[in-house]
Ligand binder design. Structure first.
Ligand code: PLP
Length: 462
């Protein structure tokens, strides 16, 4: 290495801007009125009333020049479109499963899979189920069980792979209720647990346990590339593995996957279900045709399939992943530096503020996460997402129970915001922290029977 090749401290965005979208400035008074109009549910805001939108990293990223070019190659043939085969090959390059079934989003893949494998009396373990996964399992009458390691439920515990499954608890569940378990899931990275990675060693151990018990293992693989980067940079002995090799090793340990292509595949829409079992694939394709479409497009346009195939090639770039993971950690480091308690170490796609710690005066069932999310919006126009008792507190029997953690997720859309946008977010968070003791809790005044966080109406208490 010559001196000029020594790495610089500043990790830059490995792209420059080609097309821009305006942001609309608002005043604090306007935002307070908009929040009240939305019944304090940030999902109900109009997005152009939001300045920095960190609600989700799902489908909100910027597509590349080459993805937009790929869109022009989209072939919209109903059956057998060449765009399907481009898509299938790009998926199988990383996830060599026999069957690749496109769906319009991840939750459509989940609905199809659990319509076949779920049902009353069944129980489906995971490290932590994502909200739509849990909802789709419970909708069939089955039970969804989270078995993440203890460190994964402690926001401040220091562990390189806080998304790992607790192998002992998985073995115990298989011993006790094995006959009721149709499939074991692993979410990589563990979104609801803070975007925390799963180690390859843990995935090997889970796969061994599943194989010994004769149970299929499926990945909920939305952030597979971010997970692979954490493996490469944190797991001993993995630093020389390539990202695609790590991904293929993860894929090879499982029997199939569900996928939201709105995450690491860099799409604005899309998903898939991929698996090896011929008979299960046949049943899933039959359900696909009922609601999604013919198996070579499955709820997507040919152009979407092309954009996703290109996105899969871009997301495995080490320059991209280094920037991606560093820019998330940059936000977390700054917040922690201000004394704002965050889930640490930072996850891949998002920073999670520990609202229970920051707003210790608000009880869990007065939703400290919701209180913080509303304050971030009213103060600086930042939209975030509560991941706590609003999202998970309501039980299938209608009762309420505090969630394991009260988090506010600042999800970072891919390739979308610059460092000065993030510096602004940090400044807003600092101001909210100063007001924290005065922020009110909330109560729910109206809610739907499932996935209430999307549409519930709230009112401040007092
Ligand atoms: C987003 C997501 C899903 C659901 O995917 P959609 O495309 O939003 O339907 C499932 N699991 C995880 C871990 C996710 O992040």
């Amino acid at each position: 290495m010559s001196d000029n090749d020594v790495e610089f401290r500043t990790v830059i965005e490995p792209f420059r801007i080609h097309s821009v979208e305006p942001l609309r400035m608002t005043t604090a008074a306007e935002r307070r009125a908009k929040a009240a109009d939305a019944a304090y549910n940030l999902f109900q805001l109009h997005a152009d009333d939001v300045l920095i939108d960190l609600l989700t990293d799902s489908g909100t990223g910027a597509m590349s020049r080459d993805q937009w070019a790929a869109i022009q190659r989209g072939d919209e043939s109903y059956a057998g479109s060449p765009s399907f085969f481009v898509f299938r090959d790009a998926v199988q390059e990383l996830f060599p499963y026999a069957h690749v079934i496109p769906t319009h989003q991840g939750r459509a893949a989940e609905r199809i899979l659990f319509q076949v494998l779920g049902g009353p009396g069944k129980v489906v373990p995971s490290n932590t189920h994502f909200d739509t996964t849990r909802a789709n399992i419970e909708f069939t009458g089955a039970e969804a069980v989270d078995l993440v390691i203890a460190e994964g439920r402690d926001p401040q515990a220091d562990h390189p792979f806080k998304g790992n499954m607790d192998i002992g608890r998985l073995e115990a569940l298989l011993a006790e209720r094995g006959a009721e378990i149709p499939v074991v899931m692993m979410t990589i990275t563990n979104n609801s647990g803070g975007g925390q990675p799963v180690s390859l060693a843990n995935l090997h151990a889970v796969a061994d346990v599943c194989r010994a018990a004769g149970k299929p293992l499926f990945l909920d693989a939305c952030r597979f590339a971010e997970n692979a980067w954490f493996v490469k940079t944190r797991e001993p002995g993995r630093e020389h593995d390539t990202i695609p090799d790590i991904i293929r090793e993860m894929a090879g340990l499982a029997d199939g996957m569900t996928m939201s292509a709105k995450k690491d595949p860099m799409g604005n829409i899309g998903g898939w279900l991929a698996l090896n079992d011929d008979d299960l694939a046949l049943q899933c394709r039959n359900l696909l045709i009922l609601t999604e479409g013919f198996p070579t497009y499955g709820g997507l346009a040919g152009r979407d399939l092309e954009a996703l195939a290109q996105g899969l090639k871009e997301v495995v770039s080490e320059d991209y992943l280094r920037y991606r993971i560093r820019s998330t950690a940059y936000l977390a480091d700054a917040l922690v530096g201000l004394g704002i308690p965050c889930l640490t170490p930072a996850g891949g796609h998002a920073v999670y503020i520990d609202a229970a710690a920051l707003l210790a005066h608000i009880p869990a069932l007065e939703y400290p996460g919701q209180a913080l999310a509303v304050a971030l919006y009213e103060t600086g126009g930042i939209r975030s997402c509560e991941i706590g008792s609003v999202m998970f507190g309501r039980q299938p029997d209608g009762s309420e129970r505090p969630a394991a953690m009260e988090l506010v997720r600042l999800a970072i859309p891919r390739r979308t915001y610059t460092q000065s946008h993030i510096d602004y977010v940090i400044e807003v968070a600092e101001r909210v922290k100063a007001q924290a003791p005065d922020l009110p809790g909330y109560r729910i005044v109206d809610e739907p029977p499932a996935l209430r966080h999307f549409t519930a109406a709230f009112a401040p208490i007092g």
